[in-house]
Design a protein. Structure first.
Length: 726
DNA sequence: CTGACGAACTTTTTT
DNA sequence: AGTTCGTCAG
């Protein structure tokens, strides 16, 4: 194996990281500095240079996509079989451990993983049985509570509720939930991690075994680890310091779901012999973009210092566009994209990034009207669809009759005359005798219920010996799901297609017998469905404009990026502004957003925006003001010169590149009144400079609403207020 | 069981 | 505004 192939292409810092001695290493990797590269080459280096068997290497990521990419790149780099290499998500690895040692983890061999919507259903049901009002105890909050406890490694038995009645109630739910999961052989996502941690913690020989086995442990996106993930890593590596972590404190954007940047500091304390290597050279963006990113993030306190730089030139200035309202914003963005595509660029190289999903609509509408193909990220995933979950629930019942969540899901889907009453009875029996719903059903005297049991029995018999995909097909057809979903008025066709797609997915499913010794093919497929649902998204092949939240943009890059809705209250989110820590996370989010852009970055905001059915007049985001003027070009200012305010109805369908060569279309809501129109820059003796956002009334009663730069929105009567047109 | 209506929401999301 | 969720009547 050619070692040079592994090290030659690296810069100094990368080289240092890849070839660092086997001790704890923290690679502080800025955006676009080649962190995946370092991980991949580090692993390759160990295998080739130090003859480390792939069998003794563990690499943990957060997403399946990242895991897959890493494995692919290692295989590409070195010609060594990597089946023995453990690369996977925290959840995937935890799951694997639990399968191997199910008994020691106190789990049945047939345990199944439940996703968050399954979990929510179970919790709802528990609230119900406990007779708890779901107004005072919203199921979502209970779910959040339980997961938060598990993320911190806290079991119900560890909680001392003191005298707080609320806490007592929540504890009761947590306990019942644990009991039900245990009885049904169900494991939620947080449980996977906690259980895997406890497995190692409580089984000395097992821990010893894995400590011996994994000579090198690697972690990607370390800043996103939560308490239990850290604890688990710590168990595995504490005596050997063989932990190689890559992360960027500035890109920690998941604090709200338990990620702890503090883990990076904890690492430094608990692995005193560690080495820190900073990757600061950026290979993605122009210098101007990096400067802006650096300035924005510099305002955060307590960072591990790090500053991105590049050898490529300044590049274009960052463009800021001030829109009248959200429609104008969308219009502007889409026109720019249109011009960009027209000059020969790929649609998939441009992205519209927003803080919240609700913002996508305006852009979608415009794109649709313009006929530009686009793709919105973050919708329902394939395995999350109701029809798919129904089919999977039948399959789960085939493999485990006592899976209460699945039982309840399909016992009356399609409807077979088992109403709320019958289900209540079942629950009653189940609770009294502490048995599963299935067992309860065998004791209930009901024709309909007996019919359901019979159906499952017969499906089970018929499925015997069939290929996986034939099993799936059998279940879908025989259970009546096919007919049931076909009846859906407007979505029937789509649902049938999805079910067909599920059969197809089963056909394509690769069952790795060697790796899943304890699992049947069906069980393995079901696990795959819960644990890897994300990757099943449709055709990425088509060249599409990309629309997504800032969160989902992490890790991606585009030549042309629009960061839209740069307004106080939106971004930073109104819910974060009064909390320093949350505001810092918003700022990191902004940093993430800016660093997605390779060549060109647009920041846009609207002076007036319809939000929750009301007209709001937000002020420009503080992040916008942080970026120094010399890096920015105000797109609107350029336009101003050419704009005629009297432009009214006949807004031309703009053909030219907008806005530099075309007159700025005035949004229909904007009506000229005398000298004032929305968008007009004005100046007031007392309030200073501002922009007209709305006009009303005529003659003496004419008034305008002005958004002043320094004092915010004011309504002024034209008859009294002295306004100067700028 | 379906459909209709009204109330209550409304940051971010992977596993 | 728009969506989702729960309740109620048919």
């Amino acid at each position: 194996m050619d070692i040079h192939k592994i090290t030659d292409s690296l810069n100094n810092a990368q080289h240092q990281a890849v070839t660092a001695p086997s001790q704890a290493v923290l690679v502080l990797a800025g955006a676009g500095s080649g962190k995946t590269r370092v991980l991949v080459h580090r692993i390759a280096w160990q295998i080739c240079q130090h003859n480390v068997s792939p069998h003794s290497i563990l690499a943990v990521t957060f997403t399946n996509k990242a895991a897959k990419e890493m494995r692919g790149r290692i295989e590409q780099l070195i010609n060594v079989p990597t089946q023995n290499l453990w690369i996977g998500t925290f959840h995937g690895i935890a799951h694997r451990l639990l399968r191997r040692h199910a008994a020691q983890a106190h789990l049945p061999d047939t345990f199944q993983v439940m996703d968050s919507s399954d979990q929510l259903r179970v919790i709802k049901r528990i609230l119900n049985t406990l007779n708890m009002d779901d107004k005072t105890y919203p199921p979502r909050e209970m779910q959040w509570y339980i997961n938060a406890q598990k993320d911190e490694g806290i079991r119900a038995k560890d909680i001392i509720p003191y005298d707080d009645p609320n806490e007592l109630q929540r504890l009761q739910v947590y306990e019942s939930y644990e009991a039900l999961c245990h009885r049904s052989g169900l494991v939620d996502f947080a449980e996977l991690l906690l259980r895997a941690y406890e497995l190692l913690r409580d089984n000395a020989e097992l821990l010893e075994h894995y400590q011996q086995r994994f000579r090198h442990v690697h972690v990607d996106e370390f800043q996103d680890t939560n308490t239990i993930q850290y604890a688990w890593l710590r168990l595995l590596t504490k005596d050997k310091d063989n932990l190689f972590i890559v992360g960027d404190d500035d890109q920690s954007i998941y604090g709200w779901r338990g990620a702890k940047i503090a883990n990076m500091f904890r690492f430094q304390q608990q692995y005193p012999n560690h080495q820190v290597i900073k990757l600061e050279q950026n290979y993605r963006s122009t210098s101007n973009i990096l400067k802006a990113a650096n300035v924005v993030i510099a305002k955060n306190q307590g960072r591990m210092s790090k500053e991105l730089w590049t050898t490529t030139g300044d590049g274009e200035l960052i463009s800021v566009y001030t829109a009248f309202n959200e429609q104008d914003e969308a219009h502007f963005v889409i026109e720019r994209i249109r011009a960009w595509i027209k000059s020969g660029n790929k649609r998939s190289e441009t992205a519209i990034l927003y803080r919240s999903n609700a913002q996508s609509r305006q852009f979608e509408e415009r794109l649709m009207a313009t006929g530009i193909p686009y793709r919105v990220y973050g919708g329902l995933r394939f395995f999350d669809r109701a029809e798919i979950k129904n089919a999977l629930a039948y399959l789960r019942l085939l493999s485990n009759r006592h899976d209460d969540a699945s039982f309840e899901r399909v016992v009356n889907t399609p409807t077979r005359g088992i109403g709320a009453k019958a289900i209540d009875d079942l629950r009653q029996i189940a609770r009294e005798h502490n048995v599963s719903l299935w067992t309860a059903a065998t004791r209930l005297n009901s024709r309909a219920v007996a019919g359901f049991l019979q159906l499952i029995h017969s499906l089970s018999e018929q499925a015997e010996g069939l290929e996986l995909c034939d099993k799936v097909e059998l279940v879908i057809k025989t259970s009546g799901l096919m007919d049931f979903h076909q009846k859906d008025k407007d979505k029937g066709e789509e649902k049938i297609e999805n079910l067909a797609e599920l059969v197809n997915a089963a056909k394509l499913f690769y069952f790795d017998v060697g790796n899943e010794e304890n699992l049947s093919e069906l069980e393995s497929f079901l696990t795959h469905a819960s644990l890897e649902s994300a990757e099943q998204q449709g055709d990425e092949a088509e060249d599409c404009v990309q629309l997504m939240t800032l969160h989902s943009a992490k890790g991606l890059e585009f030549n042309l990026v629009f960061l839209v809705g740069m307004e106080e209250g939106l971004f930073p989110s109104g819910q974060s502004v009064d909390d320093v820590a949350r505001l810092e996370e918003e700022r990191r989010l902004c940093y993430v957003g800016i660093t997605r852009a390779r060549a060109q970055l647009y920041l846009t905001y609207a002076e007036s925006r319809r939000l929750y059915g009301r007209e709001t007049y937000p002020r420009p985001s503080r992040f916008l003001r942080d970026i120094p003027e010399e890096l920015v070009q105000d797109v609107r200012m350029q336009t101003r010169v050419r704009t005629t305010y009297s432009t009214t109805r006949e807004e031309p369908k703009v053909r030219n590149a907008y806005p530099s060569t075309a007159p700025k279309p005035v949004p229909s809501s904007s009506i000229a009144r005398g000298a004032y129109a929305t968008g007009q820059k004005v100046s007031h003796i007392k309030f200073g400079a501002g922009v007209v956002v709305s006009c009303a009334g005529e003659g003496d009663k004419a008034s305008v609403i002005v958004n002043f730069r320094n004092v915010g929105v004011k309504q002024l009567m034209l008859a009294y207020a002295k306004l100067d047109v700028l």
